[in-house]
Design a binder for this molecule. Structure first.
Ligand code: SAM
Length: 254
């Protein structure tokens, strides 16, 4: 009988994912911490959290380590990324539910294992959504949160088209502080190329290709102001940027 291909080293894949993400966002860990500081003072130790566009679970893993009684529902629609997450987070398995769903679509909330959450959190993911998808997501999240629940989104939320001067300043500060950062797409493409060498992932990679052929990455980068307005329109009463390094921001809504 032919030998079964060996399983990839899932934890190493998650580590290389983190390195790749950090190469263009050196403030990534500080941004995670800023989000958790807010959860710490607003939510119970036993909080149930929804991680939107979870990727392979970087945010969820850190959350569960910092709050040992918390639980997370991690939602993503990429079957390969979810497989990496499931493989890498086995030690936290009892506190994570992985959900394969398109948060840009109308019915993802039906796939969730719970009807109410203490917090909805997300990092570097919601910029994939277009304007109407984001508005719909905000309304859905508002419905899913408990009365004292919070929404926290850490992402690059650019200044709007009328603030091109601010954008230039932002780029200059980024360069002065960090030098020439690794390009997002170089690191991203390399990570996927390495993954394609794993024989056990081939069927899932094929499925991913088909799934992504019907879904597109948003071409529009929605401004911080768009996010603020959309969250208010969804019924959140208090909305603000609570952590920021130029365009890299954490937006809180309650
Ligand atoms: C750059 S990754 C960030 C992952 C993780 N939050 C992190 O900070 O490392 C963006 C993730 O969003 C997911 N994503 C993008 N659009 C999505 C959608 N419509 N539904 C579900 N997940 C989506 C992608 O599959 C990808 O895993």
């Amino acid at each position: 009988m032919p030998a079964r291909p060996r399983e990839p080293n899932w934890r190493a894949l998650l580590r290389s994912w983190d390195a790749q993400q950090e190469s263009f966002n050196p403030a990534r860990e500080r941004r995670f911490d800023a989000m958790f500081d807010i959860l710490e003072v607003t939510q119970p130790a036993t909080m149930h959290v929804l991680d939107l566009g979870s990727g392979p679970g970087s945010l969820t893993a850190r959350l569960l380590r910092r709050f040992p009684r918390a639980e997370s529902t991690a939602v993503d629609f990429d079957p390969v990324i979810l497989r990496v997450g499931r493989g890498a987070l086995t030690r936290l398995r009892s506190r994570v539910r992985w959900v394969e769903a398109d948060i840009g679509g109308p019915s993802w909330a039906r796939e969730l294992p719970r009807r109410r959450y203490d917090a909805a959190i997300s990092t570097t993911a919601l910029h994939w959504l277009g304007p109407s998808q984001l508005r719909r997501l905000h309304r859905e999240v508002r419905r899913l949160l408990r009365p004292n629940g919070v929404y926290l989104n850490g992402d690059f939320l650019p200044w709007g088209p009328r603030e091109s001067g601010l954008r230039k300043i932002s780029e200059a500060v980024r360069f002065a502080k960090y030098g020439r950062l690794g390009s997002e797409w170089v690191g991203w493409n390399r990570w996927w190329r390495d993954l394609a060498r794993e024989p056990t992932l081939r069927p899932l990679l094929k499925e991913r290709e088909e799934r992504f052929a019907h879904s597109s990455h948003s071409k529009v980068q929605l401004s911080d102001d768009f996010h603020l307005r959309s969250l208010r329109a969804a019924g959140f009463r208090e909305v603000a940027v609570v952590w920021q390094e130029m365009e890299n921001r954490v937006m809180l809504a309650r």
